[in-house]
Design a protein around this ligand. Structure first.
Ligand SMILES: [Zn+2]
Length: 143
């Protein structure tokens, strides 16, 4: 299945082939719902997951509460037994959790080191250049 422009974010001009391949894993109308600063992280995550579970289903990719949320399902073709499925799911979940935590330290706009902060309940992860909420925003400790 080829990715269509409708599946890609609005700044598709910066999309790499890796992100295009990632978007092709999404079933329309799902699309990548985060900005390009996290694209290298997404491509690295997809590369790792593809080695663990080549035919994994990508259900959703989005920014939520200032960090990446990446939802997948394991294809039955990638496992030979219930035990193997359980172990693969645990491993895939751990890899995704690491990437999601990492996103909370990377500016969603440019990918530079950033900080998760909130203002009025709206969470973002931004570098100093892209942080619009300096006054009144509260940094949030991340693990
Ligand atoms: Zn930035």
């Amino acid at each position: 299945m080829l990715a269509t422009l409708a599946q890609l974010p609005s700044d598709a001009a910066t999309v790499t082939s890796g992100v295009t391949a990632l978007a092709a894993r999404l079933a329309p109308p799902q699309r990548i719902e985060c900005q390009s600063g996290w694209y290298p992280l997404l491509v690295a995550l997809d590369t790792t997951l593809s080695q663990l579970a080549p035919d994994y289903h990508l259900l959703s990719v989005k920014e939520k509460f200032g960090s990446l949320h990446y939802y997948v399902d394991i294809n039955d073709d990638d496992v030979r037994s219930p035990q193997e499925r359980t172990e693969l799911c645990e491993c895939v979940s751990a890899v995704i959790r690491l990437a999601e935590r990492r996103s909370a330290r990377l500016c969603e706009i440019c990918g530079a080191p950033g900080r998760l902060s909130s203002k009025s309940g709206y969470y973002t992860t931004r570098c100093p250049t892209h942080r619009p909420l300096t006054r009144g925003s509260e940094p949030i400790a991340t693990a």
